[in-house]
Design a protein around this ligand. Structure first.
Ligand code: GUN
Length: 291
């Protein structure tokens, strides 16, 4: 088994991006600018947004964090989005999900100008991705493709099985990998799939984004498979019940000796999601997708 070190790959890519930012600053007199809206005090979301802001600092981007209270109305949030849409100083922005139950994620996503949608969640970007047109790719699927590329893991003709059909991971990665150029044969499975184990155990490349701690065990994985674990779950530490630890959707210790490659949690896909966001923001600033 070879561990896929997402943290190390993200560091390498950040160093390359940092050089590109310096070049861009020399030519334009400004640096790329990412804004993030964080609603409420969701602990995981605060940590994720903190990572994104820190990553901006590392590569020389400007960043703006807009914090709104849990009680903010949908209307007020939509107005904040309008301000960012209209602000020529902001190249791209994200609204961290999940949102409180009284706010519609669909309405929020639709309000974002697709030319600044560096999360790639707007239906214009999603549709363009599905048709193989230039677009902002969703950050996690984008990060996964960069990881596979860095480890020379080809997808052409491979059987990729995706577990989980969310709008931000499972559905887009299944479309992306079946596109021309990636050329995988993709099976998209989910919580209602019958005989799930049979599908999972046929995967050459297994991508798991189901949100259930340690769900995938050794019996579900084919000998020599590549396992990409997107899950980030906080669970009680079995060694100390006062503490908690992060685990993936894959039981790493059970599966690691059966597969050829595996991503750890933390330090696998997570840092690459942040990298995907940085790459999209650079593309927004340099008008690479929408001139
Ligand atoms: N919540 C979990 N993942 C993401 C992400 O990639 N972007 C945003 N905006 N929210 C998330």
């Amino acid at each position: 088994m070879k561990m896929i070190d997402g943290r190390a790959v993200a560091e390498e890519l950040k160093n390359v991006l940092k050089q590109q930012v310096q070049e861009y600053e020399k030519n334009s007199g400004r640096v790329p600018h990412l804004a993030a809206i964080l609603v409420g005090n969701h602990p995981a979301s605060q940590a994720y947004v903190g990572n994104k802001v820190r990553a901006c600092e590392q590569v020389g981007f400007r960043s703006t964090l807009i914090r709104l209270p849990e009680t903010v109305s949908e209307e007020e949030l939509l107005l904040e989005i309008e301000k960012l849409n209209a602000d020529p100083e902001v190249d791209g922005f994200i609204v961290q999900l999940p949102l409180p139950a009284h706010i519609s994620e669909v309405n929020v996503t639709l309000q974002i100008d697709y030319r600044k949608d560096v999360d790639g969640f707007h239906p214009v970007n999603f549709g363009r991705m599905a048709q193989g047109l230039p677009c902002f790719l969703p950050a996690t699927p984008y990060g996964i493709t960069m990881l596979l590329d860095r480890y020379h893991i080809s997808t052409g003709g491979k059987h990729v099985v995706v577990l989980g059909r969310s709008n931000i991971v499972g559905t887009p990665i299944s479309l992306l990998l079946s596109r021309k150029g990636m050329d995988a044969t993709v099976t998209l499975t989910h919580s209602r799939t019958k005989n799930l184990d049979e599908y999972l155990s046929k995967a050459d490349i297994l991508i798991v984004a189901i949100g259930i701690p340690n769900f995938v065990n050794e019996r579900m994985v084919k000998e020599g498979a590549v396992v990409i674990d997107v899950g980030i779950n906080r669970v009680p530490d079995p060694k100390d019940d006062q503490k908690s630890i992060l685990v993936g959707d894959v039981d790493y210790h059970e599966v690691k000796d059966k597969c050829s490659y595996i991503t750890p949690v933390p330090g696998g896909v997570g840092p690459m999601t942040v990298m995907g966001l940085l790459m999209n923001t650079f593309k927004a600033a340099t008008r690479q997708i929408y001139p």
